[in-house]
Design a protein around this ligand. Structure first.
Ligand code: DC
Length: 223
């Protein structure tokens, strides 16, 4: 039996931390779809494409051969056969991914890869449109969110721990701009699927969020 759990929500809501933990508890594969959009952003940056030029993005994106492998449970993203995990988490790549993930050709390019991963194995997949577009028949759909201030504080702490120079207000502004782009784009905007369970993690610990999601899963699958 193959199960699919879809976790959608805005940037910084804790989707990847939570999805990884839920996947581990259930021995499912964790699929980080944001990493695929980030891999596409790396490719477009390498090709010196202007992320605001949607025509150029559409014509160049098809050259990005993106695939996924798992090494000891960790997702490895390959861009034209090269492991690019180390490049995915910079602010420049995040910004480019936010600009270019609104492009229909980019989304079309990545849709099949995401559906194929979920068709053959039980997955916890996180992203923005997993419950609405990619896996409309997922067994469990979660919309995970938190206030923009909570999300900015989490990101601020992460960057400080990495020794990066940062400013909380700028991070919050950036998060809110990203939300606007993700929620207002024409194709596959970020929104809560009708049958998704809303989890607001602003005042919850990681353990509480994981337990809440597992609870939804057990209830749904025990029917
Ligand atoms: O979750 P993340 O920050 O790694 O995602 C990077 C960008 O990709 C973000 O701007 C939203 C976009 N994205 C998307 O449009 N659809 C998804 N399923 C996952 C991410």
């Amino acid at each position: 039996m193959v199960y699919n759990i879809a976790i959608d929500g805005p940037a910084g809501a804790g989707k990847s931390t939570i999805a990884k933990r839920v996947a581990k508890e259930l021995s499912f594969i964790y699929v980080d779809t944001g990493a695929m959009y980030r891999a596409m952003a790396c490719y477009l940056l390498d090709q010196h494409v202007d992320g605001t030029d949607q025509g150029a993005v559409a014509s160049v994106c098809c050259g990005a051969g993106i695939s996924i492998e798992y090494h000891n449970g960790e997702q490895i993203v390959l861009l034209n056969k090269e492991n690019i995990n180390g490049r995915l988490r910079t602010e420049a790549v995040g910004k480019m991914a936010s600009l270019t993930s609104a492009n229909p050709k980019v989304r079309e390019h990545l849709l099949e890869l995401q559906r194929n991963l979920a068709a053959s194995q039980s997955v916890v997949m996180d992203g923005r449109d997993i419950g609405t577009t990619i896996l409309p028949n997922a067994d469990v759909k979660i919309y995970l969110t938190a206030s923009s201030m909570t999300r900015a504080k989490r990101r601020y702490k992460e960057l400080l721990e990495k020794g990066e120079d940062c400013n909380l207000e700028e991070i919050q502004k950036d998060i809110e701009e990203r939300d606007q782009r993700d929620m207002n784009r024409e194709i596959s905007p970020l929104c809560q699927a009708e049958d998704a369970v809303l989890v607001d993690s602003s005042e919850m610990t990681i353990d509480e969020v994981v337990a809440a999601i597992l609870n939804v899963f057990w209830k749904k699958t025990k029917k």
